[in-house]
Design a protein. Structure first.
Length: 85
């Protein structure tokens, strides 16, 4: 099976997952279900396998730089949406 590749880091993937889960955009019986899904189906910019235990750590220990990078990404996405209809 081929994984979906992302240019995001593991920390960024974990934070996006956390925000989406907290907002109710994605649901799961447990965070581990989400982490295992990512491990099986998504690769990051530096590694082919994003391990569930690493996602768990990054999910609960978000660094300021990760928040900043995701804010910038979201702003770029909004600009794209507003510019290209």
């Amino acid at each position: 099976m081929h994984k979906i590749s992302t240019r995001l880091s593991v920390s960024q993937v974990a934070y996006v997952l956390k925000v989406m889960h907290e907002l109710g955009l994605i649901t799961a019986k447990s965070q581990w279900d989400m982490f295992r899904f990512v491990q099986e189906n998504i690769s990051s910019k530096k590694t082919d396998t994003i391990y569930a235990h690493r996602l768990n750590n990054k999910y609960y220990n978000v660094e300021g730089a990760t928040k900043t990078s995701i804010k910038e990404l979201l702003l770029r996405m909004l600009h794209h949406i507003n510019t290209y209809k």
